[in-house]
Design a protein around this ligand. Structure first.
Ligand SMILES: Cc1cc2nc3c(=O)[nH]c(=O)nc-3n(C[C@H](O)[C@H](O)[C@H](O)COP(=O)(O)O)c2cc1C
Length: 140
């Protein structure tokens, strides 16, 4: 199974999560700003933060370019202070493209004193375990 991990980040929380998840899966995380080439991907982890209730514009642009003949399934890894706001626009675009969103892990991030210290070691551990479990369960 071909698994990839990509991320978009402003304050490196999603980078941290993506790199830990990728390392757990023995692959390398790729920043979407480096235009990763995605071919025959069975499972794509997309990690990103939330700004004003939205994903970063670069992330939305990246997802708009995805193609269901090249990417089959997606798992969203979301970093935000509320711990409740998902990547709704990304999910909607993927649904419109018939790319299945298997699940979403929402991780506590931080901004100023909100959520200070997150994502911490326990958050990262949980994200890695969640991702491993999904990768193990997904057989394409
Ligand atoms: C300008 C700004 C706006 C933010 N807006 C939200 C928001 O609407 N909802 C939320 O839960 N978190 C919000 N956050 C917190 C970020 O989502 C959080 O810090 C996240 O971990 C950032 O991920 P990143 O470092 O990968 O970019 C905001 C942070 C900043 C700096």
């Amino acid at each position: 199974m071909n698994v990839k991990v990509v991320y978009a980040t402003k304050t490196k929380h999603s980078k941290k999560l993506a790199e830990a998840i990728a390392s757990g899966l023995q692959i390398k995380a790729q920043n979407i700003s480096e235009h990763p080439v995605l071919e025959d991907v069975d499972l794509l982890f997309i990690a990103g933060g939330i700004y004003g209730g939205e994903s970063l514009p670069g992330m939305i642009g990246f997802v708009k370019e995805l193609d269901n003949s090249k990417v089959k399934n997606v798992v969203l890894i979301t970093s935000c202070t509320s711990k409740t706001t998902g990547q709704a626009t990304v999910r909607k675009i993927l649904n419109e493209k018939n790319i299945e969103v298997i699940d979403e892990f929402i991780c506590q991030g931080s901004f100023l004193f909100f959520g200070f210290g997150h994502p911490n070691r326990a958050d990262i551990h949980d994200a890695v375990e969640f991702s491993r479990r999904i990768a193990d369960q997904t057989h394409v």
